[in-house]
Write a protein that binds this ligand. Sequence first.
Ligand code: HEC
Length: 302
Amino acid sequence: METAIVMRNFKRVIAVSLILLKSLLPALSDNSHGAGYFPNLPVIDQDGNRYAFYDDLIKGKIVVVNFIYTHCPDLCPLTTARMSQLQQSLGDKLGKDVFFYSITVDPERDTPAELKKFAEAFGAKTGWRFLTGDPETIKKINHSLGDRSRNLSEHRNEIVIGNESTGVWARNSLMGDLASVEMDIRGMDPAWRPKSDTTANQDLVDKAYDSGGVPGKAMFAKLCAPCHAIGGGDRVGPDLAGVTKRRSREWLTEFIMFPDRMRQRKDPQTMALQDKYPGVLMPPLGLRPEDAADIIDYIERF
Ligand code: HEC
């Protein structure tokens, strides 16, 4: 059992290295990933702190970077909520051993104040900086991290994980299994011993995948739980305990599938929710009617 886990980690290290070779090395051919590769240009965070990108934020650090914009109508709120789950599972390593950077791809509109509102909606702690700056600067920085999108709709939801000291860089997705992303992050530290952490990690994996045959459960865990608890209080969005009693089935189905449509036609209950949770809106997640039905049944069980 343990050997299998060690092997899997070993394979992951190799996979990480292969991704590195494929994706970043061409851009790095005549330099290392150190000084001179990442632009050392000025950026500003959600609290108005100014940094030199390479010297202050990258050099000697293990970092997790994603690309967002606060006006993003679809996936960024979900991926940011999943970053927030990672923040939770890394505990006090964040801000000490690991640093999160969410860099805007829309610096014209994303002022520090806008980013601050967004960061607060997701409960970002000190080790998680939301970065903006001069548009040309931000473009160069994002380009150095492999973001090649020419406009906002092209922007992707991947994350870049790296350790500048060892020169190991990898990509992953926030929409995959978060326990494996967490292991990739922890694995960036050469001193990390997977063995001591595998039990906890295996628990996470089991929890994420074990839907116990309950329809809607796995989908809820992946798409809704980053923002909602059912009992246990508000997170990014409202606690969903009892929501099937407060709202009609029709209303819930439409809201879960097309919250944007309901905002457009100014549905009164939807407008009231929006006023109550101004930092972030529930995104349309592309669910089919049968998915919505399973999820509502699942919420109703509580
Ligand atoms: C990125 C965060 C996020 C994700 C992901 C998300 N929601 Fe929401 N949800 C919100 C926010 C914020 C609100 C309230 C503000 C608004 O959108 O008007 C909300 C509101 C709701 C409401 C209305 C609650 C009430 O009290 O009337 C329901 C129901 C709901 N969400 C269900 C879901 C379901 C089911 C999923 C998964 C398929 C989901 N949400 C995914 C953030 C999210």
